[in-house]
Design a protein around this ligand. Structure first.
Ligand SMILES: Cc1ncc(COP(=O)(O)O)c(C=O)c1O
Length: 493
């Protein structure tokens, strides 16, 4: 009853907000579309301006004019020089995130080591900075293994994961004696054993397992039902492998202490089971990545639907309440140390594989408003970047700023559409921003994780990636040219 009353109230409010008298016959005639429009107006009439995350959180400065800058560099000057769209890497933030991991890893009671997950942002200039900060390499393909070697990662700084490993890549990994090769599943184990025997080598391996909630499917071997234990048994029984590790990557986003401790405890319970059942004393405990960026959160289908239909604001996450790098690493280190102290056994070395928590908030995407288009329902700002470059915006909260006018009241609801000819290319169905004008530049924050590797050259060449440091901009990857898009094609003569 109460929700029925609220619905009627919303309708009345909605229709009155549409500035036309509400009558019973109106109600009877109301089509689904009109009801939606009425509700949308009601939601809008009641909405308080959404508070987002501050530019300062991302290391941006607000000039007196309201313009945003990064280390003294304006986005207008960057796009003038390098074009739009444009990826901008905040080198100081990137290095700082990496240092925070390394510092905390060195501080805790367990030996913790950090391997950067290449796939998150595989730009060599980004990876090179992380290597300088001491991170190792977590790779999931022969290409990434090759890239790690080319960028100078020593073999003992490389971990190889992934559900698909070619024979050639396994040979390469085994011959180069990398720190750890994680076997994904039983069928892969047979190939690893065969290749190790062929090469006369005894590689250090781990087995990737899935524990409790989190990713499963093609990833790893489930602990539940004894499958993972049987793979370990076979690995040890082969005599061809040095079985030293357990790998578990939770997937999704770790946001709370409970998320972390539940996951770590499940992995530790299986380590104990392996010792009791197989007498196996693992020396490497590889706990994957998944720590959320403080300024990103996944959106539920319901919020996306409400946002699309009624323009209801999508709330920003609160970075100050995020788990954070230090707490995440400390929690794991303490949990592992106390577990093994209780058992009076030496703790294994812990390997972490962060991706998004290192790179996400250290990069932003600049995109230009090409034009506006209003229809009866929405005001579209049509951008030069859409799902070709920023698909994550459809399922995650990403803070947006207007580069030239920050701090004004957020006053207009916009839909943000991209340049790709599909209705699916709508990054946002309803976001309040200072009234946009053609030529404005929007900053899409937290573009450092899974934006570049998932980007496509769908009808538009991909943009440049630059880094800004100490008031200077440097190109990490130049923009694609039209010719680049034909570089692999054979043209008929
Ligand atoms: C095995 C493995 N390790 C690490 C990562 C990095 O995860 P994240 O970016 O969530 O930290 C991934 C991402 O998919 C992964 O599959």
């Amino acid at each position: 009853m109460r929700s029925g009353r609220r619905f009627r109230q919303a309708l009345v409010l909605g229709f009155s907000a549409l500035a036309r008298p509400f009558t019973l016959s109106d109600f009877a005639r109301a089509s689904k579309g009109a009801v939606k429009r009425g509700l949308r107006a009601a939601v809008q009439a009641q909405a308080r301006p959404a508070t987002g995350i501050s530019p300062e959180h991302f290391g941006l400065s607000r000039e007196p004019s309201g313009e945003l800058t990064l280390h003294g560099v304006s986005f207008a000057s960057l796009t003038e020089r390098f074009g739009s769209p444009l990826h901008v890497v905040n080198a100081a933030r990137l290095r700082d995130n990496a240092r925070r991991f390394m510092t905390e890893a060195a501080r805790g009671p367990t030996s913790v080591d950090v391997f950067y997950s290449f796939k998150t942002n595989p730009v060599p200039g980004v990876i090179a900075m992380l290597r300088e900060e001491g991170l190792g390499a977590e790779v999931i393909s022969h290409y990434e293994l090759w890239l790690a070697q080319k960028l100078g990662f020593a073999p003992e700084r490389i971990v190889y994961n992934g559900p698909v490993k070619s024979d050639a890549s396994l040979r390469d990994a085994i011959q180069s004696d990398i720190l750890l090769l994680n076997v994904n599943h039983r069928e892969e184990l047979e190939r690893v054993v065969r290749i190790a025997r062929e090469l006369g080598r005894r590689p250090r391996v781990g087995v990737r397992v899935t524990v409790g909630e989190g990713w499963s499917g093609q990833f790893g071997t489930p602990v539940a039902g004894g499958m993972a234990r049987r793979v370990f048994e076979e690995a040890v029984g082969s005599g061809a492998l040095d079985v030293v590790g357990l790998h578990a990557h939770r997937g999704g986003m770790l946001r709370s202490e409970a998320d972390v401790t539940t996951f770590v405890d499940q992995a530790l319970a299986f380590v104990d089971e392996l010792r009791e059942g197989l007498g196996l004393d693992l020396t490497l405990l590889n706990l994957g990545g998944s720590l959320a960026s403080p300024s990103v959160r996944g959106l539920s289908d319901k919020e996306v639907r409400y946002n699309r239909t009624f323009g209801r604001d999508i709330a920003a996450p609160e970075p100050s309440r995020a788990l954070g790098i230090e707490r995440h690493v400390a929690l794991i280190s303490e949990r592992v140390a106390s577990h093994f102290a209780r058992l009076s056994r030496p703790a294994p070395r812990v390997l972490l594989e962060p991706g998004r928590s290192v790179t996400s908030d250290a990069q932003l995407l600049v995109t230009k408003v090409q034009s506006l288009k209003a229809d009866s329902e929405r005001l579209y700002a049509i951008l030069d970047a859409g799902i070709n470059l920023a698909d994550s915006c459809r399922s995650e909260y990403h803070q947006l700023f207007v580069a030239s006018r920050c701090g004004g009241r957020s006053e207009r609801l916009h839909a943000l559409a991209g340049p790709i000819c599909t209705p699916g290319d709508t990054l946002h169905w309803g976001v309040r921003l200072p009234a946009l004008e053609p030529g404005d530049h929007l900053l899409v924050m937290d573009a450092g994780a899974y934006f570049v590797p998932f980007s496509t050259s769908f009808s538009f060449p991909r943009p440049a990636i630059v880094t800004v440091h100490d008031g200077q901009a440097h190109v990490l990857r130049r923009a694609e040219t039209f010719d680049d898009l034909l570089a692999f094609d054979e043209l008929q003569r």
